[in-house]
Write a protein that binds this ligand. Structure first.
Ligand code: PHE
Length: 472
């Protein structure tokens, strides 16, 4: 045990409970909150989806996050070391969990590069150009000129280098400091544009923001089914950055005297609040725009929402160009704290396994991720015709991590904690700072409910991808 302690110290840790909460919330709040959650909510029954999501966050999400943070803090190690310390038989699970951030980091930074490109476009006063429906395709998909091919490479490289600089600065001086500054700023920006977009008056005889708001929060039971519950679970799981070793690593940096239970409560509130607020901006804007321009075909989620539809909306909105600058800054902040958590996790694993110092480990991870990220970049331009499982490379990496590896990691983790080492492994760690208020709930969730939910996510994801006709 004393050896574990010195190791934890040697690798540094968060200096305060707030720093830990904001860094973990920084990881959780990311592109998923902004480009997926609003769409899922508005498409799956508005208020009723919001309610189900909230209930799942405080039960399902809570359980998985408490589990990972406790594993990290109790062992003082990152995923590989942590799982093998708990049980040698489960060591491969640590490797599987660690492979997830290794695969996600590169493509997440490719998307971060796209966000930077749009931020640059808006801040240089050329946001109008981004409203052209071909702007995004030209940016990512030009393959017949060297300059065209290199543009997304350059933005990707700048973005990932920014991420690496923060990670090189260390846990307290990099990750924690940046999160403490960026997360409050993000909150202010999102509330600010939320109020602005909701108060834009409707034009004579046209649909206004308030109609969009009603569409977002009013429950519509006709659009609600079991499918939507599974969709909410999948979203929650990704949104809270679970099953990829991140929360284990961050847990290993957490101070022994801080309460895990209350920290997780704060993190889930933060994550859900940002998702809800993003919806308050996006759903009414999209609703007004599409109702008033029914002839336009626009994307409502994912890259096409963010990089095509929203620039068109900013184009028609009063002060839309300024809102565009603030919006893409906000998205960049949300994405950066997430990519930082991914890189920090990979670096910590490498340092632990090889006893390497932080800076060289960062450089190795940076170099490797640059190379692997290029595959995703080129998948849209020069390698556009190579389609693993019928997907472009970025979608392919996203698919195998989110739909296959992550649910498996979380499922096996629940089995390990629920039935092999028993829930006391986690409970003792949570109780080290006081009573575990939700202990009863935790036990039932980790042993029975979470495994069922995770199997549902896994099966549903596979069917959705390979046999969507079964869901129609
Ligand atoms: N939780 C992040 C989001 O909601 C996604 C993420 C995934 C972040 C993987 C880091 C790592 O967008």
């Amino acid at each position: 045990m004393s050896e574990t302690k010195t190791e934890t110290k040697a690798k540094g840790g968060f200096g305060s409970k707030l720093g830990f909460i904001l860094a973990a919330a920084g990881s959780a709040v990311g592109l998923g909150n902004i480009w997926r959650f609003p769409y899922l909510a508005s498409d799956n029954g508005g208020g009723i989806f919001l309610l189900v999501y909230l209930i799942l966050a405080v039960t399902f999400g809570f359980t998985l996050m408490v589990t990972e943070i406790s594993i990290g803090r109790r062992t003082g190690k990152s995923a590989i070391g942590a799982y093998s310390e708990i049980s040698q038989k489960f060591a491969p699970l640590g490797w599987l969990a660690s492979a997830v951030p290794v695969l996600i980091l590169p493509y997440y930074c490719v998307i971060g590069g796209w966000v930077l490109k749009y931020f640059t476009t808006f801040i240089t006063g050329t946001g109008t150009a981004a409203a052209d429906p071909s702007y995004f395709g030209t940016f990512v998909g030009t393959s017949d000129s060297f300059a065209g091919v290199m543009q997304p490479v350059i933005f990707f490289a700048i973005y990932i280098i920014l991420t690496a600089v923060v990670v090189m600065l260390g846990v307290q001086k990099g990750v924690e400091l940046v999160s403490k500054f960026m997360m409050p700023l993000l909150l202010v920006l999102i509330v600010g544009i939320g109020i602005y977009t909701l108060t834009i008056p409707a034009e004579e005889g046209k649909v206004g923001a308030i109609d969009g708001l009603i569409h977002y929060i009013k429950p519509d039971f006709t659009k609600f089914s079991l499918k939507t519950v599974v969709a909410a679970m999948g979203q929650l799981f990704y949104s809270m950055s679970l099953a990829m070793g991140i929360m284990i690593t961050y847990g290993s940096y957490m101070r022994k005297e801080d309460s895990i239970e209350s920290s997780v409560r704060h993190i889930e509130i933060f994550d859900t609040a940002v998702a809800f607020l993003a919806g308050l901006i996006i759903v009414p804007s999209v609703f007004v725009f599409t109702s008033n321009n029914p002839e336009l075909e626009v994307g409502l989620s994912g890259p096409s929402l963010m990089f095509k539809t929203l620039p068109m909306i900013f184009e028609t909105m009063p002060f839309g160009q300024v809102i565009g600058v603030i919006f893409f800054l906000l998205v960049a902040l949300a994405a950066l704290t997430s990519s930082i958590s991914l890189m920090e996790t990979v670096v910590s694993i490498l340092c632990e396994k090889t006893h390497m110092k932080r800076i060289p480990a960062c450089l190795i991870v940076l170099g490797f991720s640059l190379l692997l990220g290029l595959v995703s970049v080129f998948g849209f331009n020069i390698w556009g015709s190579v389609l693993p499982l019928g997907m472009d490379f970025l979608t392919f990496f996203d698919f195998i991590t989110n739909y296959v590896m992550m649910p498996i990691v979380a499922l096996v983790t629940c089995i390990l904690i629920g039935f092999v080492v028993k829930t006391k492994f986690v409970e003792e760690e949570v109780e080290s700072t006081g009573t575990f208020k939700s202990r009863g709930l935790y036990r039932v969730m980790v042993k029975y409910v979470c495994p069922v939910c995770l199997v549902a996510i896994l099966v549903y994801g596979l069917i959705e991808t390979f046999a969507p006709q079964l869901l129609a």
